[in-house]
Write a protein that binds this ligand. Structure first.
Ligand code: SF4
Length: 185
């Protein structure tokens, strides 16, 4: 049998099928490793855009301060430029007048992007059962994580950001689900 020198591995000559299979396995492992690295880097370098409209924003500031130090989780670089943000944190009451602004900023954010609704007001309108307050920001944009409370504690904010990390690891993103749903209709 003629041996193709290109098919000689350190363990000796091999068939074309085994040679191709070995390369396929190596390629697959490399791709999954790179995917893991990308997700690991993404979840540890989030750039939040705080959409702070009321008292919850104060609690978010506390979470960013030296006592709770969100920098430990790589999400301390707050950006007020949507093009450089991948995590919107809605901290406060959103009025109907603010809703178009919220939608526009969200649309300007680079994808993949995630959204946290922080506090009762962002999640459901809170105690503002009124025509001028949005009764839950999910009516305007897709939300990934809800942080309960009025206001939520800084520990709860940290937990919410950990939950975003879990979603990044799993490759889950509400904005992509939203796009997929929009394409279906
Ligand atoms: S949930 Fe409570 S603390 Fe947060 S913005 Fe609404 S009223 Fe203020």
């Amino acid at each position: 049998m003629d041996i193709n020198p290109k098919l000689v591995t350190p363990l000796g000559p091999t068939s074309e099928e085994d040679f191709a299979l070995e390369r396929l396995v190596l390629t697959t492992q490399k791709d999954s490793f790179l995917d893991w690295v990308r997700k690991w880097a993404q979840k540890n370098s989030l750039c939040p855009l705080p959409f702070g409209t009321a008292c919850c924003a104060m609690e978010y500031m506390a979470a960013q301060g030296p006592r709770y130090d969100l920098g430990r989780f790589g999400s301390e670089v707050v950006r007020f430029n949507p093009g450089q943000s991948d995590l919107m944190i809605i901290a406060g009451t959103v009025t109907e007048k603010m809703a178009p602004v919220l939608r526009k900023i969200y649309q300007q954010m680079a994808g993949p992007k995630w959204v946290i609704a922080m506090g009762a007001c962002a999640a459901s309108g809170g105690f503002y059962r009124s025509y001028h307050v949005v009764q839950g920001v999910s009516r305007e944009i897709p939300v990934d994580v809800y942080i309960p409370g009025c206001p939520p504690t800084p520990e709860a904010v940290i937990e919410g950001i950990m939950k975003i990390g879990e979603r990044i690891e799993k490759g889950v993103c509400a904005s992509e689900g939203h796009i997929a749903a929009a394409e279906l209709t």
